[in-house]
Design a protein around this ligand. Structure first.
Ligand code: 2RA
Length: 351
């Protein structure tokens, strides 16, 4: 079976990656519609060796569409998700708008694929930092339940969009030329600098980005009381996030056993050459599917603790690839239609 797919936000960094992945992975397409704001209508975007013309999103834009891959920001998702659902499409939304809605599955296919079965036309793609951490630590959680996660992230400019990636290059050149670097994507220069993620802070002093890792991980793992703390930092890297992760279990977890588990874990590639001091880096993680994990070692401050380090492509597995893998999951399991409609059709044929 092939599907009529629409990409909302087709001209952004994630939208561009969605197009590339749909072509690379030969997703079964009956039609591909590329949608963006009025301002981008008419632009041409590459799809494999074709080019497609961007259409302005509007009330009829989702007619006859089966699957919408949305990555145009939370306000656009809030504006158009109900229109797309009403037109009969399932929306896989990359924004944070619906992630914590109890009626909306929040899915990482390597972790909780079955959660996608219950969708009623809307599935949320988790935050990039949550996806990368979850893919790396869930295989360990399946062997010994994790009691506590402490994460420190080193987040690339791509998380703030294609313009931010361009700006960090311009800032770098300006500083090398002895000029004042422009600051549009962030309130302060990112080149030769780093700073705590600049999303709003709560009363406890945690920013929204850090609370996404706490709350989304609990929902995806199905462990509402999982103890998570995070410190999210923006660093002058283009498109791969890195994370230092400390895990506490209820019993000792040997680094050797952890490495063995991760070497066969879905979506993970272990990279650690202790002699060469070679471990995951953004320059290796950029542009590839797997999350690179390494420096797996005993936490020397806790007998039941484990430390690890990861780098993963924020635009790819952190956003676009995870969304496309959800679409592939729906197609493989015949879950494209909302659960209530599937049950009705099953009953109708005397199932
Ligand atoms: C960031 N995770 O990196 C957020 C948005 N994708 O800023």
């Amino acid at each position: 079976q092939s599907y009529r797919v629409a990409i909302l936000g087709a001209t952004g960094a994630v939208g561009t990656e969605l197009l590339q992945l749909l072509a690379e992975r030969q997703f079964p397409l009956a039609e591909l519609r590329v949608l963006a704001s009025e301002r981008s209508a008419g632009k041409r975007v590459a799809f494999g060796d074709e080019t497609l013309t961007v259409e302005a999103v509007g009330d009829r834009a989702f007619d006859d569409i089966d699957i919408v891959l949305a990555s145009a920001g939370g306000s656009r998702s809030k504006q158009w998700a109900s229109v797309a659902k009403a037109a009969g499409a399932v929306v896989i939304d990359n924004s944070s708008a619906f992630r914590m809605d109890p009626t909306v599955p929040l899915v990482v296919p390597e972790i909780n694929p079955d959660a996608a079965a219950d969708h009623e036309g809307l599935i949320a793609n988790p935050n990039c930092t949550t996806i990368l951490m979850g893919v790396a630590v869930y295989p360990l959680h399946q062997v010994h339940p994790i009691r506590r996660i402490i994460a420190a992230t080193y987040q690339s400019a791509s998380g703030a969009g294609a313009m931010a990636m361009e700006e960090v290059k311009v800032q770098t050149q300006a500083i090398l030329d002895g000029k004042t670097p422009p600051t549009n994507s962030f309130p302060y220069p990112l080149a030769f600098n780093l700073f705590p993620h600049n999303t709003p802070l709560n009363e406890a002093g945690y920013c929204e980005e850090e609370m996404k890792m706490v709350n989304e991980t609990r929902k995806i793992f199905g462990v509402p009381d999982l103890r998570v703390s995070a410190t999210c930092i923006r660093v002058p890297v283009l498109r791969a996030h890195s994370e230092a992760i400390n895990l506490e279990f209820d019993q000792p977890f040997s680094p050797h056993k952890a490495k063995e588990i991760l070497q066969s874990a879905p979506g993970v590639q272990v990279v650690e050459d202790w002699q060469a001091n070679y471990f995951p880096m953004p320059i290796d993680a950029s542009g590839i599917d797997p999350v690179l994990v390494g420096r797996i070692r005993q936490d020397l401050s806790h007998p039941c603790g484990l430390e690890l380090w990861l780098s993963g492509d924020q635009v790819r597995k952190g956003a676009a690839l995870n969304a496309v893998q959800i679409a592939e999951l729906l197609a493989q399991r015949n879950w494209v239609k909302p659960a209530s409609q599937r049950q009705t059709s099953f009953a109708a044929v005397g199932g």
